[in-house]
Design a protein around this ligand. Structure first.
Ligand SMILES: Nc1ncnc2c1ncn2[C@@H]1O[C@H](COP(=O)(O)OP(=O)(O)OP(=O)(O)O)[C@@H](O)[C@H]1O
Length: 245
């Protein structure tokens, strides 16, 4: 289980402090799917980066299965069982797709396994295995390869930051199926950042982040009306509802 307690993140720009996240607390239980959503710039990706160890929290604690991982560097968090797909995946010139998948798996993967993985994210394997993970790949291709690097092995917790971004409708439908399968198996906890109603509907619980704070968190059927109704076009309404974690 992931447990996040009173997490804050502050940056300093031109000598001025800016609080990006303020006192954020939440849990993702074993086998649970939590979707984080909310307006642009609300702080969702910052939460993901704090979970992965890319950013260091100013205050607060992060626990994974009872282990305090707050100060662990990114590679230690990966070892502890966190898989992560970035909103904007990094590119690696000189590295082939097959090599990247093998690195993510921690072992040399046979061709048929790599092909199976790429097919799961809607890519025609033969065309991509020996391609370099560089700027020649389109945004959507890169995104799907990155998602395959998370699917390559079991994690305690998988974090996907806007997996839908830049993905065509056909591939998106395939990804939704993959997330659904992962969720049905309940072997991994899932933390998805998304604006997509189809992904939000799949969640056990939904957390809304606005202005760096949790403004709503609860079972999907309770939160969904706030997203599909009036509240979404007036984020201020959500703030006025107060935090209900
Ligand atoms: N390193 C940084 N320096 C300056 N501002 C930052 C930094 N990191 C995040 N921010 C700001 O913090 C806020 C939250 O950013 P974040 O990327 O977490 O938002 P988000 O909810 O993921 O948005 P989106 O839905 O657009 O992806 C934004 O206003 C962003 O500009």
């Amino acid at each position: 289980m992931l447990k996040v307690e009173h997490l804050s993140y502050e940056i300093e720009e031109d000598g001025k402090k800016q609080e990006i996240l303020k006192d954020v607390s939440f849990e993702v239980k074993d086998g649970e799917m939590l979707v984080v959503t909310g307006p642009n710039g609300g702080g969702k990706s910052t939460i993901a980066k704090l979970m992965m160890g890319l950013y260091k929290a100013t205050e607060g604690k992060i626990w994974l299965d009872g282990q305090d991982i707050t100060s662990l560097p990114i590679y230690e968090r990966a070892k502890a069982g966190i898989g992560f797909a970035f909103q904007q995946p990094p590119r690696f010139k000189g590295m082939t797709v097959r090599r990247l998948l093998s690195l993510a798996a921690g072992t040399d993967l046979p061709k048929h396994i790599c092909c199976g993985l790429l097919s799961r994210v809607g890519l025609c394997a033969e065309e991509y295995l020996d391609r370099e993970v560089d700027a020649t790949l389109s945004g959507g291709e890169m995104k799907r390869i990155e998602i395959a690097t998370v699917l390559v092995k079991k994690h305690k917790l998988c974090i996907f930051d806007e997996p839908e971004a830049g993905i065509d409708l056909w591939s998106f439908a395939m990804l939704v199926e993959e997330f659904q399968k992962l969720h049905t198996e309940k072997k991994e906890s899932l933390l998805l950042i998304s604006h997509q109603e189809r992904i939000i509907q799949m969640a056990d619980r939904v957390m809304i982040i606005d202005g760096g704070q949790v403004t709503k968190c609860g079972p999907t059927q309770e939160i969904l009306p706030y997203l599909t109704g009036e509240a979404i076009s007036h984020p201020q309404c959500l703030k006025n509802q107060g935090a209900a974690v």
